[in-house]
Design a binder for this molecule. Structure first.
Ligand code: AP5
Ligand code: MG
Ligand code: ZN
Length: 214
């Protein structure tokens, strides 16, 4: 299965991608996670990406296109993959189509998680992520058993630098201007399914399951 999860910041792309990864045993390719790892390791790419990410802007297309094109060649992508947070601009979507076509592959589905922007601020200010294994939580909607500690590995939970209200609003604007046009891009390609991302994590999971079996 070759899938894109599309949606604004906080729509639940990462949450649902992790569930699908476990169910189908195919990798989650999150450009946000890959970039954050590069920032943490202070690689040349990470140092360059950090200022874009901290301000809520997009990292230049050529950087993320390069990351994903390389990642798709890894053997664990043979059975399929879930793209989370990529593509995010029309040029990225076009570059992805060209890369997949060179590989003789194409996308099965694009699932757009639709959420009212006002709900996203609360989701993102309450998000916590495990420093060790990357598991995601929410202080009200999906709290860990013990405050600040990951259920799965005991790692420390952290709050992302870009999850403050000012940067969240900027990320939402960027989504509306640069990423939302991908909805009609994939609608025209005939592979878009949209769903209401405001429902609970379990309900969204079921709906995605339903779409994938259709
Ligand atoms: P990225 O890491 O992709 O961030 P984002 O798109 O802003 O999305 P988020 O990770 O914030 O949200 P999500 O949809 O994954 O939500 P989650 O499941 O965690 O990108 C970060 C930055 O990197 C960008 O700003 C940019 O600078 C750069 N970048 C990345 N990719 C790029 C690209 N392709 N091109 C250029 N630049 C790029 O859920 C959020 C919270 O809500 C969690 O706490 C979760 O527990 C909770 N939650 C989830 N679902 C539900 C639900 N149904 N009900 C209640 N709570 C829920
Ligand atoms: Mg995410
Ligand atoms: Zn963990």
């Amino acid at each position: 299965m070759k899938l894109i999860l599309l949606g604004p910041p906080g729509a639940g792309k990462g949450t649902q991608a992790k569930i699908l990864t476990d169910r189908y045993n195919i990798p989650q390719i999150s450009t946000g996670d890959i970039l954050r790892a590069a920032v943490k390791d202070k690689t040349a790419m990470g140092i360059k990406a950090k200022e874009f990410m901290d301000s809520g802007a997009l990292v230049p297309d050529e950087v993320v296109v390069g990351i994903v094109s390389d990642r798709l060649l890894d053997p664990d992508c043979t059975a399929g993959f879930i793209l989370d947070g990529f593509p995010r601009t029309v040029p990225q979507a076009e570059a992805l189509a060209a890369t997949l076509s060179r590989m003789g592959r194409d996308l099965d589905k694009v699932i757009s998680l639709e959420v009212d922007p006002e709900a996203l601020v609360e989701r993102l200010t309450g998000r916590r992520t495990c420093r060790e294994c990357g598991a995601g939580y929410h202080i009200s909607f999906d709290p860990p058993q013990k405050d600040g500690v990951c259920n799965l590995c005991g790692g420390e939970l952290f709050h992302r630098d870009d999850d403050n209200e000012e940067t969240i609003r900027k990320r939402l604007d960027v989504y509306l201007q640069q990423t939302a046009p991908l909805i009609s891009f994939y609608e025209r390609a005939g592979i878009l399914s949209s769903l209401d991302g405001l429902r609970s994590i379990a309900e969204v999971e079921q709906e995605i399951q339903h779409l994938l079996q259709a």
